[in-house]
Design a protein around this ligand. Structure first.
Ligand code: GAR
Length: 222
């Protein structure tokens, strides 16, 4: 068990990487694409980690599916190119995913990150970014897959919950786990107190998961 540097005395995180995330000395910076639907705090955490040297990467583009979401405002402040692809303008999940693949291929993205992307993705996206599509989910998967994971963990009365970063496969929240962080649930917790505790750990583990997903890819290339 490791106590994170940002952990308060009441917040204990258990971080379980399966492989060391360090890139080879030859590796170039990863080009990251990010998908978000709402607040964009995980998107901002990836930009910060890239710019402060914690992650050998550059966030080259954000796509949001909800016009006027906070992630867009953050992208503007952080000077990251952002594009709106409103899912309601596409006939099917596959059509939206094809547009996403075209967009991120143009940006030569190595790893694509679903950072609060509240859409089910189709095999079109999973296959185009096979082993290079990372999702962050606010529970210790395989517990509480799907929507409202934190609310359901609270309602279930679990004493430990957390977050998971995993590779994406067509089955929802079911791909190989890269890294998880556990947080305690206290007796008087509400969403207002539990959510920030989980988000703080998401912001720590997501850059590590991205480095893990990108490592083999970069080491394979000249
Ligand atoms: C995060 O808690 C993330 O785990 C969750 O949405 C939130 C986005 O926060 N994702 C899911 O529930 C996906 N099933 P953010 O917009 O501040 O990064």
């Amino acid at each position: 068990m490791t106590r994170g540097s940002t952990a308060s005395p009441r917040t204990v995180a258990l971080v379980v990487p399966h492989v060391a995330p360090s890139p080879s000395p030859r590796a170039r910076a990863l080009r990251l694409g990010v998908l978000a639907s709402g607040h964009g705090s995980n998107f901002a955490a990836l930009v910060r980690a890239s710019r402060h040297g914690a992650l050998h990467a550059e966030v080259v583009g954000l796509v949001v599916n909800t016009p006027r979401c906070k992630a867009l405002t953050r992208a503007e402040r952080l000077d990251v190119a952002a594009t709106v692809m409103d899912h309601r303008r596409y006939n099917s999940r596959e059509a939206l995913d094809r547009a996403l693949v075209d967009h991120f291929r143009t940006l030569r993205v190595d790893v694509l990150v679903m950072a609060g992307w509240m859409r089910i993705v189709s095999p079109v996206l999973c296959q185009a970014y096979d082993k290079r599509l990372v999702n962050i989910h606010p529970s210790l998967l395989p517990a509480f897959r799907g929507l409202n994971a934190m609310e359901r963990a609270l309602a279930a009365g679990v004493r430990i919950t957390g977050c998971t970063a995993h590779l994406v496969v067509p089955e929802v929240d079911a791909g190989p786990i890269l890294i998880q962080a556990a947080v305690p649930v206290y007796p008087n917790d509400t969403m207002a107190t539990l959510a920030p505790r989980i988000h703080a750990q998401e912001h720590r583990i997501l850059p590590v998961a991205v480095a893990m997903a990108g490592r083999n890819l970069l080491n394979e290339r000249p």
